[in-house]
Write a protein that binds this ligand. Structure first.
Ligand code: DO4
Ligand code: MG
Length: 283
């Protein structure tokens, strides 16, 4: 079952048919003691909704914080070692790749998150910006993984490469994160064969494409979630991005006008346009 947040309320999709969810409050859904059972009862009791097609799909987030794991794929480890070599980088990325403790960092508040079809941003003071396509966990306030979404951990590689202490600036800024299009509601681990794909379209042509699978993810999602919840309470639950296994070549940087399309097959496709420049508080 897929759970969508829209401008018209929440919908659950099952067998390709959408049903309106009576519970309007996203945080209440995330905190539900049996979200899967509740949504199953909505599907069984309901009639397919006719207004879903005209609704605007929003980022599937309420009051949740977004966190991220880093250097969980060999490709990310190698790219980070290379980008930080002039800063004396090198072995700390390898050490975190092999350590028992994962790298976990704060990524975004809900207001910094872009939904499907809206804009992600690149920083005006960055020269090297990339998207990071990441399987993203939705974790309830009790620390249980209750679903999955597609995430884009937008990153300024020159800023984090200049000095690893600049990581928060490379990672956390307005619309530096995109989530969507829905939550695949499941507490079962996704198969290792699950593909993650990205396409970056520029001027109508594919400027970069890449793919990986969850078999390349070095850490178990449940272990990442357990680390995040070790010494933190999340009264509204949390999202946890699980790291990138796809990094474009070093001469590639995003530009305004690019379209970023990330697909994780059982969940769907998250598509966003890239912009630069100030946001007004309204958008
Ligand atoms: O350590 C820097 C960030 C790593 C990251 O975001 C990733 O591996 O996805
Ligand atoms: Mg990342």
């Amino acid at each position: 079952m897929k759970l969508y947040k829209t401008n018209n309320g929440n919908y659950v999709e099952d067998g390709g048919k959408p049903f309106r969810v009576p519970e309007f409050n996203w945080d209440a859904l995330v905190a539900h003691e049996n979200l899967g059972g509740y949504l199953r009862s909505v599907v069984e009791a309901g009639r397919p909704a006719t207004d879903f097609a005209s609704a605007k799909i929003l980022a599937p987030i309420g009051s949740q914080e977004v966190w991220a794991a880093g250097v969980t794929y060999f490709r990310s480890r190698s790219a980070r070692i290379a980008e930080s070599k002039d800063a004396g980088g090198g072995d700390f990325y390898d050490r975190v790749y092999t350590a028992e403790r994962p790298e976990l960092f704060f990524k975004a508040t809900p207001s910094r998150v872009a939904g499907p079809g809206s804009n992600v941003r690149i920083r005006a003071d960055a020269k090297w910006s990339v998207p990071e396509p990441e399987l993203t966990l939705l974790i309830n306030p009790r620390g249980q993984i209750i679903g999955y979404t597609v995430g884009n951990d937008m990153s300024s590689r020159d800023i984090e490469g200049e000095n690893p202490l600049y990581l928060p600036q490379a990672k956390v800024y307005d619309r530096s994160c995109a989530l969507g299009p829905c939550i695949l509601v499941s507490s079962d681990p996704l198969p290792a064969t699950t593909p993650i794909r990205i396409e970056i379209v520029r001027g109508g042509h594919v400027a970069f494409s890449g793919a990986t699978t969850l078999a390349e993810l070095k850490r178990a999602p449940a272990d990442l979630a357990a680390y995040l919840f070790r010494e933190n309470m999340f009264p509204f639950g949390a999202f946890l991005m699980t790291g990138t296994g796809i990094v474009p070549p070093d001469d590639f940087t995003l530009a305004p006008g690019d379209k970023v399309r990330i697909t994780i097959d059982p969940i769907g496709t998250l598509e966003n346009d890239v912009v630069q420049g100030r946001l007004s508080p309204a958008n």
